[in-house]
Design a protein around this ligand. Structure first.
Ligand code: PRP
Length: 204
């Protein structure tokens, strides 16, 4: 049996729809249940940011999670397949009427994604002071907590409605299928058979 960690919400639903299509059966979580066992699979309903943890520790063989989260956490997992669900970008946002001044010493950036931010600024050899927040990132520049933010942009509506604009895109993201390194060898047959079925379903 394969255990698969899914990120609570829309991506979990869309992933289960792919399974429903492949196996011509119903895959859906009962309202508050965190485990779903169906047709030889066990699905775990976990927080988006926790998916790589379940997979890296082997509590799940596979997981579905955004490339942004995989990149941020730098955990030891195998990136198997881009599911092309939940497409978004990780971008730098600033106030609409400002420009990002790369010459300013230690630009203050508020973000949930500390590692992605540090690596991006390091690559440009620009000093950065990263301020870690857990949500409502768009507020930070409006009240002088930060000069800029690094955050997920999907439609752009959140930035726009808060008087911010994208100054630069850092990376594109979408949901990927990841595997635990040990499971990938121990359960290679099962994993590759599922991988092929998902790839076929996505190509249709
Ligand atoms: C993300 C992100 C932005 C918003 C962007 O938050 O932090 O606030 O979505 O989407 P938009 O460009 O379509 O407006 P999310 O809703 O995923 O919640 P989170 O802060 O809990 O991650």
């Amino acid at each position: 049996m394969l255990t698969i960690a899914l990120p609570k919400g829309r991506i979990a639903q869309e992933t289960l729809e792919i399974f429903s299509k492949i196996f011509d059966a119903d895959f859906s979580f009962d309202s508050r249940k965190l485990i779903l066992e169906a047709h030889g699979f066990r699905f775990l309903n976990v927080r988006n940011q926790d998916v790589p943890t379940y997979v890296a520790h082997g509590a799940a063989d596979l997981g579905v999670v955004g490339l942004d989260v995989i990149t941020e956490q730098e955990l030891d997992v195998i990136d198997l397949l881009d599911l092309k669900l939940g497409k978004c970008k990780v971008s730098i946002g600033i106030k609409e009427d400002e420009i990002l001044d790369w010459n300013k010493p230690d630009i203050k950036v508020a973000t949930k994604m500390v590692n992605i931010t540090k690596n991006y600024f390091a690559k440009k050899a620009v000093g950065v002071e990263v301020i870690k927040l857990y949500g409502s990132i768009e507020l930070a520049p409006l009240v002088g907590l930060a000069d800029a933010i690094v955050d997920i942009v999907e439609t752009g509506a959140t930035m726009r409605e808060n008087g911010l604009k994208v100054a630069e895109d850092i990376m594109e993201s979408s949901a990927h299928l990841i595997a635990n390194t040990h499971s990938f060898y121990a359960k290679k047959g099962d994993i590759l058979s599922l991988y092929d079925k998902i790839r076929l379903a996505l190509a249709k």
